[in-house]
Design a protein. Structure first.
Length: 113
């Protein structure tokens, strides 16, 4: 009888331990879900100076001279890669000169502040 009671106590401890682990797992899942919903993806909006069409530079792009970035072109409704050639700041925002190797064109993007 003594061994049986001891086994029951051990089973109870194990059951409580598993319950605590499940609570932690659920809390972790809820926390991750809330963090992903609460942190929206940021993009930098602008305009193609020549066409007047909107463009977006998405989150995660390092906007520095010589870097390749991905932009969204509203006119073609597609993403493409361009290389940053230079910058020109004005009182209204920032103009970025980029080179598109697919079209062999230099494009000027007027980015919002």
């Amino acid at each position: 009888m003594f061994g049986f009671n001891r086994g029951a106590k051990d089973k109870e401890k194990i059951r409580r331990g598993i319950g605590a682990i499940e609570v932690v797992e659920v809390a972790l899942c809820v926390g991750i879900s809330l963090a992903s919903v609460a942190s929206p993806a940021f993009s930098w909006d602008g305009t193609n100076s020549e066409t007047g069409d909107c463009v977006e530079i998405g989150e995660g792009n390092l906007v520095r001279s010589g870097e390749e970035i991905e932009i969204y072109d509203c006119a073609t409704e597609s993403y493409r890669y361009v290389e940053i050639e230079g910058f020109d700041s004005s009182g209204y925002g920032l103009e970025i000169e980029v080179y598109d190797s697919d079209t062999d064109e230099y494009i000027y993007l007027e980015m919002d502040e």
